[in-house]
Design a protein around this ligand. Structure first.
Ligand code: FAD
Ligand code: DLZ
Ligand code: SF4
Length: 503
């Protein structure tokens, strides 16, 4: 009896679990471009174009390998508009009752597939270094789940940067070496971009016609959309950027949105690159003496540490994770996140880069937009929807723990031990944004004071009961308590005025 084999838009790996378990000679692969997935949040047009282009190319590659593929185009008149609808339609057409799937990366889709009136087998997505059961085993009995310890387990498991049982170079983590601000590098080759081929051009026309209202610039579109191109992006990174990755990982520079970052998260997340292979290539570059240890370790930690850790957290925490709101924040997302004018140069820069590229690097997401949303008390569900919409690499399993957890502290400390909040000083130190800002980062109070400077204290005061005993935050409360009374009143009044104007 024919089985349907579902391949979702982020499962574009020839060896994904459902394809491994299927029989090419009898089974039918189902892939579907559907409005439900393309618009459940208002995805950036570049993100939609990336997913649809890569899906079309992957379907062609499967056919070339001898698979039968039932592929639904977005504008197919019979398109039912949802993954469930397409599976039911294809099951009727093929006389099938059974569906093989690989577990989706979003609870929403897991639940939709579990509720299908078909016989669904859901296999674990094993394109990760840790199985979920390993994460659960590691998490069992721990009071706090911290990335650093999980990361060490993953180093031991993979043998990456290990010298027997010890970490290469003697230290597990070289983050302390990774804190330099950047200046313009005239000799840095630009990021690798690809001219749209016929498949991509057709998708771009489709996306332009169907999603004219979505925030973000569709063109120019230079994303990799197949495995070969994604590998070329990785090679470009290793050869040209990786040596500086560690040093400038936290830096932000107005003329250079990409700096020395890898730009590979969308390809890892949709299945065009494999995380272990990526790390092995980086390790080989270090072993060959081409890159320093702080760069190789810093990079590998992001993948086998953070990426694996947040995935474990997402499935560990359960389907209600995205509605958590530990700090009780209720403010609507300010219009500046969708491009409305703001005098804050840092926010304006990051939003413009996001609009243009469907990309911002980690520190821009965490310490500029995320920091601001947290300080002003935006409802974390709205912040989550925004991050899920605007970045090409956003799939919920990775986006939600980063947003709800790391950035907004809405999970009450599951991902991070303290909220990532800072005054303008951090942004000033790590970027060149403040030089062109209408506000002064040096001014601590008054009309022209950097809003981060007053909002930072306002946040700490609002949440004093929760954070005053946190050992990593109590020094800040002591600093606040030592300030003159009139200075404290001025800071809070300035913050209140800013917040009132924001509303
Ligand atoms: P690099 O800086 O070059 O890092 C290399 C790789 O490490 C990345 O490609 C990525 O796969 C991995 N990585 C680095 N940091 C993290 C992290 N914190 N969590 C998981 N993987 C990480 N990443 C996503 O892939 N999808 C998201 O939707 C996403 N949303 C985020 C939302 C917020 C609020 C924050 C603070 C971070 C988010 N991140 C997300 C993590 C990180 O910002 C991106 O992975 C990174 O910016 C991707 O760019 P890059 O490939 O150039 O990464
Ligand atoms: C993000 C996305 C988009 C824009 N479109 C589709 C689509 O048309 N068909 C599809 O199968 N998947 C799409 N995706 C990805 C899914 O929304 C979802 O993020 C992942 O499949 C979750 O694992
Ligand atoms: Fe941002 Fe403040 Fe610097 Fe302006 S002064 S760019 S608001 S950190």
């Amino acid at each position: 009896m024919v089985k349907l084999v579902l391949v979702l838009g982020d499962q574009l790996t020839p060896s994904v679990a459902a394809l491994r378990a299927a029989d090419k000679t009898t089974d039918l692969v189902v892939m579907a471009e559907v409005m439900g997935e393309a618009s459940y949040v208002r995805h950036h047009p570049k993100k939609i174009a990336l997913f649809l282009s890569a899906m079309r190319k992957f379907a062609s590659a499967l056919r070339a390998e001898g698979w039968r593929v039932a592929y639904t185009d977005l504008d197919d008149p019979d398109n039912t508009g949802s993954i469930s609808g397409e599976l039911i339609r294809r099951a009727d057409e093929a006389g099938a009752h059974e569906v093989l799937t690989t577990r989706p990366g979003e609870w929403r889709l897991v639940e939709a597939l579990q509720n299908l009136p078909l016989d669904v087998t859901m296999l674990e997505d094993d394109r990760f270094i840790a199985r979920q059961s390993e994460f659960e085993e590691w998490a069992k009995g721990r009071k706090q789940l911290r990335m650093e310890y999980f990361y060490r387990e993953m180093r031991r498991k993979t043998g990456l940067l290990m010298d027997g049982d010890a970490p290469a170079g003697g230290k597990w983590n070289y983050d302390h070496d990774n804190r330099k601000p950047a200046s313009e590098d005239l000799f840095k080759p630009p990021a690798l971009q690809f001219d749209p081929d016929e498949t991509v051009s057709n998708v771009l026309d489709l996306v332009e016609a169907k999603f004219p209202e979505h925030f973000g610039m569709l063109r120019p579109f230079g994303f990799a959309t197949d495995r070969e191109q994604a590998k070329a992006v990785l090679t470009h990174f290793i050869e040209h950027y990786l040596p500086n990755f560690g040093d400038f990982q936290d830096a932000m520079l107005s003329g250079d949105p990409f700096l020395y970052h890898a730009l590979i998260s969308p390809y890892l997340n949709i299945g065009l690159l494999d995380p272990l292979e990526v790390c092995q290539r980086v390790e080989a570059a270090w072993a060959a003496g081409d890159v320093p240890l702080n760069a190789a370790e810093g990079f590998i930690r992001q993948i086998i540490g953070w990426r694996e850790f947040v995935r474990g957290i997402y499935f560990h925490a359960g389907p209600d994770y995205t509605s958590r709101n530990a700090l009780g924040h209720t403010r609507a997302l300010p219009a500046m996140f969708w491009g409305a004018d703001t005098k804050m140069a840092c926010i304006s820069r990051v939003i413009e880069e996001t609009r243009a590229h469907a990309y911002a690097h980690h520190i821009q997401r965490l310490m500029v937009t995320g920091n601001f949303a947290l300080l002003v008390g935006v409802n974390p569900a709205e912040v989550h929807d925004w991050y899920l919409s605007v970045y090409a690499d956003a799939v919920e399993w990775v986006e939600a723990p980063n947003t709800i957890g790391m950035s907004q502290f809405a999970d009450g400390g599951l991902v991070g031990s303290k909220p990532y909040v800072s005054s303008g000083n951090y942004i000033s130190k790590m970027s060149d944004y403040c030089g062109s800002c209408a506000y002064s980062v040096k001014a601590k109070t008054g009309e022209t004071a950097c809003p981060f400077n007053v909002l930072y204290w306002h946040f700490l005061v609002r949440h004093r009961d929760r954070f005053k005993t946190n050992p990593r935050m109590s020094p800040m409360y002591r600093t606040w308590d030592r300030m003159y009374e009139d200075r404290r009143e001025q800071v809070l009044a300035d913050a209140d005025r800013f917040l009132a104007e924001l509303s």
